[in-house]
Design a protein around this ligand. Structure first.
Ligand SMILES: Nc1nc2c([nH]c(=O)n2[C@H]2C[C@H](O)[C@@H](COP(=O)(O)OP(=O)(O)OP(=O)(O)O)O2)c(=O)[nH]1
Length: 132
């Protein structure tokens, strides 16, 4: 099966986590962390900075690597590197997504996450609880 390499940003600001809703494609309406496919020659960090600029018009600082998610979708295998990020400058502008929300650990289960994100959500809860 084909492997798709993706990077995702867990953007944390004021104790809240930024979630976006997909506006197109197979999983339209599902919630995810902004990011996208790594292009040839890019490091995961470079890809993430580029994707967040393109999708949200936002400058981020890529911090700690949190987890690599491996998940089999019907048509492909997803390998997704997830990084904790902070905002350097700007405010998110939704150029591609349908909606966005700032969530807390308490409200993180209130949206319908993409199938591959279920384990990641549990990791984020542990990460946040350890920080408090
Ligand atoms: N950015 C992101 N993608 C995710 C998450 N969870 C998850 O399963 N994915 C999947 C959905 C897509 O198949 C792929 C992300 O790549 P993408 O955003 O470039 O996908 P796309 O299908 O819109 O790509 P394209 O139209 O640009 O080719 O990873 C997540 O939390 N964040």
């Amino acid at each position: 099966m084909k492997t798709v390499k993706v990077v995702a940003a867990i953007i944390i600001n004021n104790n809240q986590i930024f979630a976006t809703q997909r506006g197109y494609g197979d999983y339209k309406g599902g919630w995810e962390f902004p990011g996208g496919k790594i292009e040839a020659g890019e490091t995961p960090q470079e890809a993430l900075i580029r994707e967040i600029r393109e999708e949200l018009d936002l400058e981020i600082k890529v911090g700690e690597f949190l987890e690599k998610i491996e998940y089999d979708y019907p048509g492909f295998h997803l390998s997704m590197d997830c990084f904790i990020c902070t905002i350097k400058s700007g405010k998110p502008v939704l150029r591609e997504h349908k909606a966005a929300k700032w969530l807390t650990v308490e409200t993180i289960d209130s949206v319908s996450w993409l199938p591959a994100d279920q384990n990641l959500i549990e990791t984020i809860k542990k990460y946040r609880n350890n920080q408090l």
